[in-house]
Each structure stands twice: as structure tokens, then as C-alpha cells.
Design a protein around this ligand. Structure first.
Ligand code: PRP
Length: 186
């Protein structure tokens, strides 16, 4: 129990560490001598991003974006806009978008279109969690940490009402007195 919530551990601290290390090394080996631009999607990505870049023994450029969605997030009509856009030059550069979780895929598909419009050399996707149950857009993930079918995930950056981001593991929130309908998106 954490306060009034019960959180079931889905992926432990050590398993995360090993997987993040593997992804960091894979990216470093794939991008040898190319200095990728890593763009993290705030806020949820902050821990994954910080751990990932420290596993990459190579020159990298980093930046962040933050997006806001208006209207129902779980329908394709939901509008997404930037509250912080990319600031470093990406034209002609190899870009890797780094996400904590891909759920419906709407955020990422918006981001990929936006970033491609700036004519980078290439765009690849790195995501800690590929969550499948609500996917609407087909997304190809180049570097994936963990695939999880369903559940409301928290911890290691992921929140519920801004809580639980600092948990060192990935857990699923089990509802006690609250209804499932009040917690339907990450
Ligand atoms: C999460 C996550 C992704 C997005 C994925 O962000 O970081 O950006 O949702 O969902 P989608 O695939 O359904 O578009 P969130 O809006 O929860 O903000 P946060 O990162 O600040 O927690």
C-alpha cells in the first residue's frame, strides 16, 4: 500500500537498470560517430532519459518537448499542441524521440509528423513501455524497454495525478474505493 493506493510491482528496479543499459549500448553502437539528437517527451520521461543517456558513452545532443492535449485524449479528434517545442537544430541530424510510454500512440504520431517536417536525416523511436490495450495509431518502436498489455502504470517517471513519479520501479495502480472510469489514461 502507498497511502490509500495499492501498487503492484510490474517491473523491478534491477530489471529496469539492465534493460536501460542494454538500450543505451544498442543506440551507442548503432549511432557510432553520428551524434544523435535525443528528444525526450516531458514530464514522464525524466528518469528514463537521465538513466539512458548515462549508458551512452558517446557524444549526444539532448533536448525536450512538452505537449498538451485538449479534448478527449483517447479519441483521434483530441488536439495536441506544444507547451515546449524543440530548440536545438535538427535539420539533417539523426533524431531519436524518447518516450516513457506509448499508449494510444496519438502523442507520438503527432510528434513524428512535426519533427519530420523539420527535415532531420532520420527519426527513430525509443520507448520504455509499449502499452498495447488502447493503441489507435500504428507505431514502429525501434528501441523498446518493456511491452505491457494493460493496466494503469505508475512509477519510474509515470504518474497518477502527479503522484508516484519517483517510485524506482514500474507498478500498476490497483483501485480501491475509486472507480476504474475515473482512471482511464496515463
Ligand atoms: C504520457 C506519455 C506520452 C503520452 C502517451 O504523457 O509520456 O507522452 O502520455 O500517450 P498516448 O500514446 O495515448 O498519446 P502524459 O500526457 O501522461 O504527460 P506526462 O508525461 O507529463 O505524465
Amino acid at each position: 500500500m502507498l497511502g490509500e493506493y495499492h501498487i503492484r510491482e510490474e517491473v523491478g528496479k534491477e530489471e529496469i537498470r539492465q534493460r536501460v543499459q542494454r538500450i543505451g549500448r544498442d543506440i551507442a553502437s548503432d549511432y557510432r560517430d553520428r551524434e544523435p539528437v535525443l528528444i525526450g517527451v516531458l514530464n514522464g520521461v525524466f528518469l528514463f532519459f537521465a538513466d539512458l543517456v548515462r549508458e551512452m558513452a558517446m557524444p549526444v545532443t539532448i533536448d525536450f518537448v512538452r505537449v498538451a492535449s485538449y479534448g478527449p485524449h483517447n479519441v483521434s479528434s483530441g488536439r495536441i499542441t506544444f507547451t515546449k517545442d524543440v530548440e536545438v537544430p535538427i535539420k539533417g541530424k539523426p533524431v531519436i524521440i524518447v518516450e516513457d510510454i506509448i499508449d494510444t500512440g496519438l502523442t507520438l504520431s503527432f510528434l513524428v509528423d512535426h519533427i519530420k517536417a523539420r527535415e532531420p536525416e532520420s527519426v527513430k523511436i525509443c520507448a520504455l513501455i509499449n502499452k498495447l490495450e488502447r493503441r489507435e495509431k500504428k507505431i514502429t518502436i525501434d528501441y523498446c524497454g518493456f511491452t505491457i498489455e494493460e493496466g494503469f502504470l505508475v512509477g519510474y517517471g509515470l504518474d497518477y495525478n502527479e503522484q508516484f513519479r519517483n517510485l524506482p520501479y514500474i507498478g500498476s495502480l490497483e483501485m480501491g474505493h475509486q472507480s476504474e472510469e475515473s482512471v482511464n489514461e496515463n
